[in-house]
Design a binder for this molecule. Sequence first.
Ligand SMILES: Cc1cc2nc3c(=O)[nH]c(=O)nc-3n(C[C@H](O)[C@H](O)[C@H](O)COP(=O)(O)O)c2cc1C
Length: 194
Amino acid sequence: MNRPGPAFADDLGETLAEAFRLLGVGVADRRSPIHTPSLASIGPDGAPRLRTLVLRGFDPADRTLRLHTDPRSGKAHEISADPRVALHAYDAGTQVQLRLDGTATLHTDDAIADAAWAATPPTARLVYTSTLPPGDPIRTPALPAPTSDGRESFAVLLMRFEALEWLWLSADGHRRARFAWDSAGEGSAEWLVP
Ligand SMILES: Cc1cc2nc3c(=O)[nH]c(=O)nc-3n(C[C@H](O)[C@H](O)[C@H](O)COP(=O)(O)O)c2cc1C
């Protein structure tokens, strides 16, 4: 007898709920592959730039992801020039790929940044204490001694997504779906050929 598939298999609403659930797991569970998604931005030459970041927060009501970075980094400069970003994660456990498109904002000196910094433990703060900007060439890998606690080199990156693409690999037939929201927050959903 065939086992019944998951509720989301043929249901767009359940699929979106599962995608949001996985993003929540990605925040809470360090072992989830969605905890370390790839974030793409657009370089000054128009070429894509990609890197791993830790997913720190997800607000489903606002469709906003929270990540942390150094405001002196390449990605921060790129996002300041062009806020369009994309985020990708593949969870091999559930065989789900998520692709999100949206725009990013950087927060360095506001309540959002202050709250995230306050919740960042001392060990995690250390990566922000470099006196030199990330990506600068150095003669030796050892960094000069820090001169600050890192707060001024800490930024929250909020990504608000207006599209989410779901791909679920299943022996019973792959499922691909696209969810999008207009500027008024009105959502749409459709299945796509996988
Ligand atoms: C597992 C892992 C987690 C990372 N998490 C972050 C992060 O949360 N924030 C960050 O700015 N860089 C993080 N990095 C480093 C970035 O991938 C990247 O190398 C660095 O931020 C410089 O990127 P940029 O030059 O494009 O700005 C992480 C790297 C790895 C491998």
